[in-house]
Design a protein around this ligand. Structure first.
Ligand SMILES: [Zn+2]
Ligand SMILES: [Zn+2]
Length: 300
């Protein structure tokens, strides 16, 4: 809730006219409580995890020779019910772990110093803060994820996330509730160290969700904008981590590749990448042969 009753009052307090974005923010947030504004993240979470994976769902349903060239593990095909099943399980995890956690974490947000007031941060301030959040989250996630790959952590917690040896977008947050809480801490660490505006916090969470969905999409497109981000791991990088599964001591990082490189946990990937990509080629050939024989049977 903003401490101004009108736009002129806000302008008087700031000593300047409100920008267009600030006017919109005023109109939207002036009478809403900070708690309600924070709850938007929960709504974004549900909306984005429902909508963003949909293009990949359609691709999976329309699998063809053309689409298969972008599928990382073409051997695996998911039906609509497989994917809907995953979606239902994820929504269940959200309702049991994520939503309560988000709703109860508001005092932490207040304590961190996430503000809802005017002025809004400049674009440069937002971009630089989000970049810091990404780097901090990536580093923390690397170690937390690596820790979950010890014998106890894997068997008791992380195994659930690895049920998908060929991940799909909906499976990005598919994990044990304890993993959601453990890895979720990494997303709060950046805002804790460099507190910003609530709007920056929203954008940060949305970017993080989209990134996780893309990384778990199971597809790699040469024209994907993320391909041009330096040291970006991406879908193939994380797919390999799922492909190797429980024995995986490789590719722990969630966004960039530098942590795995520095700490020597990408050796398995670098050594086996060729084999992994060859298996992809082999699966494509087998899929094509299968399609051809199916066509042959139909025409007989
Ligand atoms: Zn893992
Ligand atoms: Zn994963």
């Amino acid at each position: 809730m903003l401490p101004y009753l009108s736009i002129p009052e806000a302008e008087l307090s700031l000593g300047r006219n409100l920008t267009f974005a600030e006017t919109l923010w005023f109109k939207y947030s002036a009478t809403k409580s900070d708690y309600f504004l924070y709850c938007h993240n929960t709504i974004f979470l549900l909306i984005f995890y429902t909508l963003v994976p949909l293009p990949w769902v359609f691709m999976e349903l329309k699998r063809s020779k053309k689409i298969d060239q972008y599928k990382i593990q073409p051997k695996y095909k998911n039906s609509l019910s497989d994917m809907f099943d995953c979606y239902k399980k994820v929504m269940m995890i959200f309702l049991v772990a994520v939503v309560p956690l988000q709703l109860l974490s508001f005092p932490v947000i207040k304590w961190i110093g996430i503000r809802t007031s005017l002025p809004l941060p400049s674009l440069w301030e937002m971009i630089s803060q989000i970049l810091v959040y990404i780097l901090i989250e990536d580093y923390a996630n690397y170690w937390l994820h690596r820790m979950l790959h010890n014998k106890w952590g894997y068997e008791k917690i992380h195994k659930v996330h690895h049920e998908y040896t060929a991940p799909i977008g909906f499976a990005a947050p598919y994990a044990h509730w304890a993993e959601i809480i453990i890895l979720g801490q990494a997303s709060f660490l950046g805002p804790l160290i460099v507190p910003g505006h609530m709007f920056t916090f929203w954008i940060w969470f949305i970017i993080r969700q989209i990134e996780a969905i893309e990384t778990h999409s199971g597809y790699e497109f040469p024209w994907s904008p993320s391909k041009f981000i330096p040291f970006y791991g991406g879908a193939v990088y994380h797919d390999y981590h799922h492909f190797v599964g429980g024995k995986s001591q490789s590719n722990f990082a969630s966004v960039f590749t530098y942590c795995d490189y520095i700490y020597g946990t990408d050796k398995g990937y670098r050594y086996n990448k060729e084999v992994f990509l060859k298996a992809r080629e082999q699966s494509r050939i087998e899929n094509e042969a299968e399609d051809e024989s199916r066509k042959g049977l139909k025409s007989e």
